[in-house]
Design a protein around this ligand. Structure first.
Ligand SMILES: C[S@@+](CC[C@H](N)C(=O)[O-])C[C@H]1O[C@@H](n2cnc3c(N)ncnc32)[C@H](O)[C@@H]1O
Length: 221
């Protein structure tokens, strides 16, 4: 049986609030005010639509394509748009498995993978990232918020415990394939993306990064 977030979809917003308050949303939207306004956005594993709503409000004219394998999550995303008084004009919600979905090539100037790549094993990330990168325009931005292992000391120990618990929970409830966290950074670098800006929260347990390709790079602070 493959991974499914259908059973978790209705509880996901509450679980998120209980576990992290607004921190996950702060990570999702950390660079929305700074990135060049996109015309064509692709969000992968969009889930309950909190990023989608923020993106729709910030860039009302952009075409936004959201792909998620969970029909229930896509329903949540649609409901979230409605709750915030946003309509679905120029929003395309596609139910598909991203392990087999082939996106159109060279179309999107913003790619978004929030709390998505950490669901997968290294071999699955290696399969998906080149396909996603091929869907991006040469100077595209890529926003990536995720959990991560903190670098040192008690912070590392803390993140190890929390990540082990999270993986165990999601493995039982959603049949998550990942047993450990695979850092996605090397895969993005292989596709020519470079990290442009990055913030960390929760003593290094959460990160949000803005990756770019093609454009003149300035070093991360
Ligand atoms: C941990 S949730 C993250 C949701 C949201 N992006 C967020 O920021 O919280 C992972 C999302 O990826 C979706 N997903 C998992 N595996 C997928 C796959 N193979 N293809 C497409 N979507 C998938 C799930 O349905 C779920 O909505």
């Amino acid at each position: 049986m493959s991974m499914s977030f259908d059973t978790l979809a209705s509880a996901y917003p509450l679980l998120e609030r209980l576990a992290a308050g607004e921190k996950m949303q702060r990570c999702r939207t950390a660079f929305l005010e700074e990135i060049p306004p996109p015309s064509c956005v692709l969000t992968l594993g969009e889930g309950h639509g909190r990023f989608l709503s923020a993106c729709r409000s910030r860039f009302p004219d952009a075409e936004i394509t959201c792909v998620d394998s969970s029909a229930e999550m896509l329903r949540q995303a649609r409901r979230e748009l409605g709750r915030r008084g946003l309509d679905e004009t120029r929003v395309h919600l596609i139910q598909s498995d991203l392990l087999s979905w082939a996106p159109p090539r060279g179309v999107f100037d913003l790619i978004v993978t929030h709390y998505f790549l950490d669901c997968f094993r290294a071999d699955q990330i290696a399969l998906m990232v080149p396909r996603i990168a091929a869907a991006a325009l040469p100077e595209a931005s890529w926003l990536l918020a995720d959990f991560q292992m903190a670098a040192h000391g008690w912070r590392r120990l803390r993140s190890q415990c929390i990540l082990a618990l999270m993986h165990a929970f999601f493995r039982v409830v959603t049949r998550l394939p990942a047993r450990t966290l695979t850092p996605p950074e090397p895969f993005l670098k292989m596709e020519g993306f470079q990290e442009h800006r990055r913030i960390e929260m929760e003593w290094g347990l959460m990160k949000s990064a803005w990756w770019r390709r093609g454009a003149a790079q300035s070093p991360s602070p």
